[in-house]
Ligand binder design. Sequence first.
Ligand SMILES: [Zn+2]
Length: 157
Amino acid sequence: MSWFKRIKEGITTTEKKETPEGLWHKCPSCKHIVPSKDHMQKNYVCEQCGYHDRIGSEQYFEILFDNNEFTEINPNLSSDDPLNFVDTKKYTDRIVESQKKSGLTDAIRTAAGTIDGEGLVITCMDFTFIGGSMGSVVVKKLHVPSIIAYNINYLCS
Ligand SMILES: [Zn+2]
């Protein structure tokens, strides 16, 4: 016997109300609900079942760098299309579409900051941008940190 009975016929369940975006986090594995801020402080790992959420480059940088502080290097560099590549759509259209969807300029991001007070540069591929696609800007973004690292080593030695 159920606890509640429908008084009138024809009552149907309306659409399920979702929790407001950003305030709470619901684990996709065990459905445990915690404040989003607490989930972030646990490095996006469920405290109940240990499920690891997929995170983006922004979250990696915040986790890795001291005080969650970093400076992105060349944030406006984006890939061009020297091959005029076309599969189901033009690559340039795919880039623009992914930029709008992800809010990123490219799959690769580079940031400078400190870890335990030591300065360093981290380069991160972000899956949210065309699955981490390696465009022409990847070489440029990898080259800059290597120059900075060389200069840091040169100046410190
Ligand atoms: Zn969980």
